[in-house]
Ligand binder design. Structure first.
Ligand code: GLN
Length: 478
């Protein structure tokens, strides 16, 4: 499927229609159902919306910035009247009572919401394998993981089912699947995008963002979904920049740091090589490349796997089988019903997080684990602030490896957690980060590199990523 920019031109010029764009998308989704990218497809509704868009265009009305563009939504974002499962048995029949702000914003700019994508259960996972709806396959190599937790959102874009999708990123869940599937994905600064109507995992880390085939499309989507929302007290009050419009430009003199901790032995050689080659291109384009050090990187996984489960255990406490979601009848008392509902409804990874979270929050351990992790989080944040006094951006691998095999890490949870080592810090600090494909390894698997920037530096990230993307694409053509 063409990218947003091309498709938009075709729809506006009458070379194609929104209805045929949606039909093409639906056809592709059906013919590649083996990838298991989707949990729900809105066939009727999306065709209806597309014909409304076509009507508008015929009448000479403005169809919106994304008029007629098919877009996929991760199944942790609410769409009123439709199911939001979080890929969990707990919410398999849950119908959303209202619509998430991000979805509302996309729809009001004419985007066609094609359906909901598969994901790790409650966004907990790095491989797409914890879903109660089955694993998602990586379209680049179907024996491999597409990454997680926005597994379906990344795979659906990489497979060309849709030009763009939304994901959420609590510890890397937009960037790592984007890296594994060879597409672009951005986690904005915490607070740039409203969390209203997105199922909370770890509220102080969660941020939604776009996945798309190009940097420009990613910017175009962010421009639509960003902005202050009075329904989310952590959303930032400021005017949304024209991310897509300001994307082209010189990167002369931009200082970019490569942290040595991301380029050590644990990172695959091919990943290091591709990242360094990309850094060479950035230098050729006029950027100043420096080696920097972020020594606290080694604590990120430990800190995250205390804070994220702690917040998750509190957020998931509402799923008690009484208020909503799966309700199991134990035939005994109230407490037994709650226990039965949670035992049946949650998968093993979610249970593990709840246990970890309640443990680190329990009296006696709270100071030793939770408070200590919060202190370490502040130090990690400060380390980034210091780094951004020396450099404008940080450039590093998104993941230490390319896409791993399905089943390869499910037996070793620590290995799975460690695969998040490079993405987690940006969430702990709240800074923006974008994954860009920078080449292939010897197995032809995509290598992803990420740009991390200071708070609200999305425009700079987009401009530099766009410049690099252009060079990489033109060298691939030769
Ligand atoms: N892989 C990480 C985890 O399992 C991050 C998930 C996310 O960003 N939603 O928690």
């Amino acid at each position: 499927m063409s990218n947003i920019k091309t498709l938009r031109k075709s729809i506006l010029s009458g070379r194609t229609t929104a209805v045929s764009a949606v039909e093409e998308s639906l056809k592709k989704i059906k013919s590649e159902s083996d990838l298991n990218c989707w949990i729900n497809i809105y066939e009727k509704e999306s065709l209806e919306k597309a014909s409304e868009i076509d009507e508008k265009i015929k009448k000479g009305e403005n169809p919106g910035k994304l008029g007629g563009i098919p877009i996929a939504i991760k199944d942790n974002m609410l769409v009123k009247g439709m199911k939001t499962t979080n890929a969990s048995a707990m919410l398999k029949d849950y119908v959303s009572p209202y619509t998430a702000t991000v979805v509302e914003k996309l729809s009001s700019e004419g985007a066609v919401i094609i359906g909901k994508t598969n994901m790790d259960e409650f966004a907990m996972g790095s491989s797409g394998e914890t879903s109660a709806f089955g694993v998602t396959r990586n379209p680049v190599d179907t024996e491999r993981s597409p990454g997680g937790s926005s597994s379906g959102s990344a795979a659906a874009v990489a497979a060309g089912h849709v030009p763009a999708s939304l994901g959420s990123d609590t510890g890397g869940s937009i960037r790592q699947p984007a890296a594994f599937c060879g597409i672009v994905g951005m986690k904005p600064t915490y607070g740039v995008v409203s969390r209203y109507g997105i199922s909370p995992f770890a509220s102080s880390l969660d941020q939604a963002g776009p996945l798309a085939a190009t940097v420009e499309d990613t910017a175009a989507i962010l421009e639509v979904i960003a902005g202050y929302d009075r329904m989310d007290s952590t959303s930032i009050k400021r005017e949304v920049p024209c991310y897509a419009e300001n994307i082209e430009g010189s990167i002369e003199g931009v200082k970019i740091g490569i942290p040595s901790e991301y380029m050590q032995e644990g990172t695959e050689t091919a990943v290091r090589e591709r990242v360094l080659a990309a850094a060479g291109i950035l230098e050729k384009l006029g950027a100043e490349i420096k080696e920097i050090s972020l020594p606290l990187t080694k604590y990120a996984v430990s800190v995250y796997y205390i804070i994220a489960p702690a917040e998750a255990s509190a957020n998931l406490a509402r799923l008690d089988g009484i208020k909503y979601g799966l309700s199991a009848d134990s035939g005994k008392d109230f407490l037994s019903d709650v226990t039965a509902s949670r035992t049946e409804g949650f998968g093993s990874e979610v249970k593990r997080r709840i246990m970890l979270g309640t443990y680190v929050l329990s009296s006696g351990y709270y100071e030793d684990y939770y408070i200590k992790a919060q202190k370490a989080r502040t130090l990690i944040k400060n380390e980034f602030s210091e780094a951004f006094k020396i450099v404008d951006l940080i450039f590093a691998p998104t993941s230490p490896t390319t896409a791993f095999g399905l089943g390869e890490k499910t037996g070793d949870i620590l290995k799975m957690y460690l695969s998040d080592v490079f993405t987690i810090s940006a969430n702990l600090a709240g800074i923006p980060a974008l994954n860009l494909p920078v080449g292939l390894d010897s197995k032809n698997l995509p290598v992803g590199a990420q740009f991390m920037g200071n708070y609200l530096s999305e425009e700079l990230i987009f401009r530099v990523a766009r410049a690099l993307e252009k060079e990489i694409k033109s060298s691939e053509k030769q």
